[in-house]
Design a binder for this molecule. Structure first.
Ligand code: SF4
Ligand code: SF4
Length: 133
């Protein structure tokens, strides 16, 4: 059985939680986050979300996601895109995606070849391993 640690291990550098914008939350994400925080949706919306039309994102404070504090403080309620990052299957389809992602995420094991990386990643997908980072 493949082991995700062969291709990725989070260094907790926090890079993916920094920036001027965050991932967007779909309806399931919103529900999960509200439940995880134990607040009403209105409170979560007011305190933590930036809502632009139909797009719901997390607020940014001091250049990082409002939930970032030396790690994710809403881990169980984080959006699926955060949970998936950086193990995006598009890296298998296109080496450029692998390059871009591995350049911004130090947790990707770049000691092994791209081909080996893809082989292990595909194995994990075939085994239907839920890759949650
Ligand atoms: S997923 Fe990558 S970029 Fe994000 S904290 Fe972990 S190592 Fe850093
Ligand atoms: S929800 Fe958590 S993992 Fe996602 S950007 Fe915010 S702090 Fe990072």
């Amino acid at each position: 059985m493949a082991d995700i640690k062969e291709i990725f291990e989070c260094t907790q550098c926090g890079y993916c939680c920094h920036g001027e914008t965050t991932v967007s939350l779909d309806e399931k994400d919103q529900k999960r986050m509200v439940e995880a925080l134990g607040l009403s949706e209105a409170e979560v919306r007011e305190k933590y979300w930036r809502v632009t039309g139909n797009v719901v994102q997390m607020k940014i404070i001091d250049g990082h996601c409002i939930f970032y504090d030396n790690g994710c403080t809403v881990h169980k309620g984080r959006p699926w895109r955060c949970a998936q990052w950086p193990m995006h299957p598009s890296m298998i389809a296109d080496k450029n995606n692998y390059k871009t992602i591995s350049e911004s995420c130090p947790g990707i094991n770049t000691e092994i070849s791209y081909e080996e990386f893809c082989r292990i990643f595909k194995e994990l997908i075939d085994e239907q391993t839920i890759i949650h980072c």
